[in-house]
Design a binder for this molecule. Structure first.
Ligand code: HEM
Length: 124
């Protein structure tokens, strides 16, 4: 049980870092400071996201939570795919600004949905 709490805290820390690092990169791009791609900020989010996912899989292995059974988790995974796609659009340098802005807004909205589902675990 102690391990579960520890891993859940790791998962939560990585989740808040994911949101922070995404906001930081989108904000820097919006300010025209695209040089972050030449700094550790380019790969740090990938390491964090991998940690987030490994911790999530460990939580599933240690608990009774199951996508397909618990609707909040199913919807969380759907939103996660949407967040990844929208986030990709938001950070894509070659794309026109309106598309990137739309991508950023959709990514943030879906991220908010993920947090809502994770915290409240609504039963549908
Ligand atoms: C961007 C992606 C994700 C974010 C931002 C996120 C966020 C969170 C947060 C904030 C919590 C803690 C909720 C609380 O306060 O009780 C949580 C818990 C949890 N998450 Fe995630 N999560 C993400 C991805 C995933 C994925 C991909 C899975 C599973 C495949 C997953 C499975 C879980 C489980 C099982 C819990 C523990 C539920 C509990 O015992 O209360 N998460 N998540």
């Amino acid at each position: 049980m102690e391990a579960y709490v520890l891993i859940k805290h790791l998962h939560m820390t990585a989740a808040y870092l994911t949101a922070g690092l995404f906001l930081l990169r989108v904000s820097l791009d919006a300010l025209g400071k695209t040089g972050w791609r030449l700094t550790p900020l380019r790969w740090l989010p990938h390491i964090n996201d991998s940690l987030l996912l490994v911790a999530a899989l460990l939580l599933l292995a240690l608990s009774g939570w199951m996508p397909g059974v618990h609707a909040w988790l199913t919807f969380k995974l759907v939103l996660l795919v949407g967040y990844i796609l929208a986030g990709w659009v938001a950070l894509r340098q070659g794309l026109a600004k309106p598309w990137r802005l739309l991508g950023a807004l959709l990514a943030l909205a879906q991220l908010a949905g993920i947090f809502f589902l994770a915290i409240h675990k609504p039963v549908f």
